[in-house]
Design a protein around this ligand. Structure first.
Ligand SMILES: [Zn+2]
Length: 452
């Protein structure tokens, strides 16, 4: 960080003499490091949905007000005609490789799945500043994920711990002995700053029932861990006649538990007559949370569109990004689908910020409240001809698209591909035009604002 950013702005008193009397004039140095000026601020946690300026100082939100003078900030960014929202939160993401072997193609590897995780910082491209790894790792593999990914990411990475100690894709997801509720809870208690919940997924989806695999084992052990550790459980679930979706959301899940992949093909979202299945409303009334978790196989327009039309919108919007879908999916893409389905902008933002923050019990995130980390998304809502696809290889035409223009994480500009915060090159300061000698410490850049 540059020295000028560390200094509390000095108030310089200038004594002037006028008409023979001493008058004190205050000339102020900049109050703020960064000022996003003229954007439409949507901050559902603070009920703000109007044009405001957002000021940042020392990595924290310093003010969200109308007409903050430009001369009060070291760097001013014109964000008029754009939306300014809290940094988005994607609570279903995959980083690291869980239990999958890095050398996954070696003949003696237990599983031959490509590791699920993708680079955490890719999410910054969508204005996301917090991702939650959805159970890629378990108790035996979490430390590796922490050391290899979480500790080095610019984006904030939290995690749901897989009830399977080895994690996902290591070939042990169908092994009940791996589902040790005590080991799971002990691990969560060891990393309370990073682990926000438990995840269960992919268990005994179609295999014939046998004595070694009770159908509810993964669900029951995950809930046991969540209860002991006092955290929510996220469920990836496959219903079968002996293990129904109604049983999951009406009997097994506790208030605050999260069903992800809600619009996947396997769930009875609609009744035969096209009406919304009342079990969803009933589950909601008892505190069950529904999450999108789009992924490579969990989003069908035939479920999502009629449900949205009947007022059932998932509580949180998330991607389930992993190596199997990152080329076509992003947080902005999933949010755009909900805008295209008629969900209003402020509601889409709510379900991508304050709602997920509350689901993972991190109310300090997903807001632009003064004093909180300056995690900010600058978004553009474009109108034109667009189309979106689902996992059933069907498409939907639309006239809106949301795209991130700039991402700020703890006050640092971490994504600004169109140079919103930058000067036109012809107008750059002299050192930009210099050719530094080897070892010259002067960076030949157009400004000194902290960027990554
Ligand atoms: Zn997932």
């Amino acid at each position: 960080m540059q020295n000028w950013m560390k200094m509390r702005p000095a108030i310089v008193a200038v004594i002037a003499i006028a008409l023979g009397s001493p008058i004190v004039i205050f000339a102020q140095a900049p109050h703020y490091d960064l000022l996003l000026k003229g954007g439409h601020v949507i901050d559902p946690a603070n009920h703000i949905d109007e044009v405001r300026d957002v000021a940042v100082f020392q990595g924290k939100i310093a003010a969200v007000e109308k007409n903050i003078p430009a001369d009060q900030a070291g760097k001013v960014v014109d964000v008029s005609k754009l939306y300014v929202t809290p940094g988005l939160i994607d609570i279903h993401f995959h980083v690291g490789h869980g239990g999958a072997p890095l050398d996954w193609f070696s003949p003696d590897a237990r599983a031959h799945f490509i590791p699920l995780g993708i680079p955490a910082d890719l999410a910054l491209q969508s204005g996301v500043t917090t991702i939650v790894d959805a159970g890629t790792s378990g108790a035996e593999t979490f430390l590796q994920e922490k050391e290899e990914v979480i500790d080095h990411a610019r984006i904030r990475v939290l995690a749901f711990l897989n009830i399977v100690a080895n994690g996902m894709n290591g070939g042990l997801e169908q092994t009940p002995d791996q589902m040790d509720a005590k080991l799971c809870a002990d691990t969560i208690k060891k990393y309370p700053d990073l682990i926000v919940g438990v995840k269960t997924a992919h268990y005994w989806t179609k295999e014939p029932v046998d004595a070694a695999h009770a159908l509810w084992t993964a669900v029951d052990r995950a809930i046991e861990c969540g209860t002991v550790a006092n955290v929510p459980v996220m469920f990836d679930f496959w219903p079968r006649p002996e293990r129904t979706y109604a049983d999951l959301i009406l009997k097994k899940m506790r208030p605050g538990d999260i069903h992800t992949h809600v619009f996947a093909q396997q769930f009875p979202i609609l009744l035969e007559d096209g009406k919304l299945n009342p079990i969803l409303t009933e589950a909601r009334a008892r505190g069950v949370i529904f999450d999108v978790g789009h992924g490579a196989g969990s989003f069908w327009f035939r479920n999502a569109v009629p449900a949205a039309k009947q007022g059932f919108i998932p509580d949180s919007i998330s991607t389930d990004l992993h190596t199997g879908n990152y080329t076509i999916l992003s947080m902005n893409n999933v949010m755009s689908k909900f805008l295209a389905m008629g969900v209003p902008m402020d509601d889409v933002i709510r379900r991508s910020t304050v709602n997920p923050a509350s689901e993972i019990r991190r109310p300090e995130l997903g807001t632009l409240s003064v004093g909180k980390d300056a995690d900010i998304a600058v978004l553009e809502l474009m109108h034109g001809h667009f189309a979106y696809i689902d996992n059933g290889v069907a498409k939907m035409n639309a006239n809106v698209q949301l795209t991130a223009r700039m991402t700020v994480r703890a006050g640092r500009i971490v994504y600004d591909p169109s140079g919103l915060s930058m000067v036109e090159w012809e107008k750059a300061r002299p050192q930009y035009f210099s050719t530094p000698d080897r070892g010259d410490s002067l960076p030949a850049k157009a400004d000194d604002y902290p960027r990554d």
